[in-house]
Design a protein. Sequence first.
Length: 339
Amino acid sequence: MNILVVDDSAFMRKIVTDLLERMPNIHVSNTARNGQHALKLLAEALKPDLVLLDVEMPVLNGLETLKEIKRLYDIPVVMLSALSNKDITIEALTLGAADFVEKPINIREIQDEWIQDFYGKIKNIPTQRRRPVRRTERVERTEEPPVLKERSLPSRIQALVIGASTGGPKALLRISKALPASLKVPIFIVQHMPKGFTTSFAQRMNDESAAPVKEAQDGMSIEKCVYLCPGDYHMTLRQGKIVLNQEAKVHGTRPAVDYLFESAAQMYRRELVAVLLTGMGKDGSEGMREIQRLGGYTIAQDKETSVVFGMPRQAILSGVVNEVLSLDDIGAKVKQMVR
């Protein structure tokens, strides 16, 4: 995979390039010092498979550059963002960035955990050039379609839980825009996102949704609104309240979808519906298994509308999904369930 690295800091460009060049099958084909320089390279040179784009730059910033790249090319973009740019980063995700990487606090002493997260995000972003030749995709086409668990949607629904990762912010905004102002059940969301960024994302969702959206806090009494789990915390439900904790990461992430799904299953049992959206990895499958065991209903996003078909695919192959739907169909179904 060829990557174009765009950052106004020469030091940052070198660090990112060195890290990427250590990855197997990854090559930094070019670097750019600002958005204008990046667009010039894209117009003149062989197109990369992915653009790694800094949020804040002189001459032409990350948002304006992203808009131009999405207008002119079908190339995935991953943003490089500092916590101080969290609102702009959320905007970038709504404009079509596939994901973002939070810049390390101390770039002279980068932690192994940051590097692993960085590598995971880069290698899991689907690219146009890689799609036709991926062996796993050829195998998938010959696989027998997985058998979905036959079960009717509960006649009485008490709560809805949603899990998402890569590609999730844009999908969640699309779903939240369709929500009515008055919800008849609470909605709980875990989106894999670092601390601080979830505050901005909850605010963005609240601004664009008719329904009230809150970043969850420990001890909150559950009301009929939308709750987004804060970054760096797991969210569980207990006795009508939200309980946050910082227990060990699950699947390398905190928050983890499984924590929410499993506790919600215990609380709402057969009156619970779970939705698993786009994202890399396998978070959510075990939680869906528990929801199924206790009589709840589970929905997974389909491959065609997922940015990364990792989490939904794992759940489907694990036999814990009742229904596979496109993002638009999920939005319509959620609206129907909560109004």
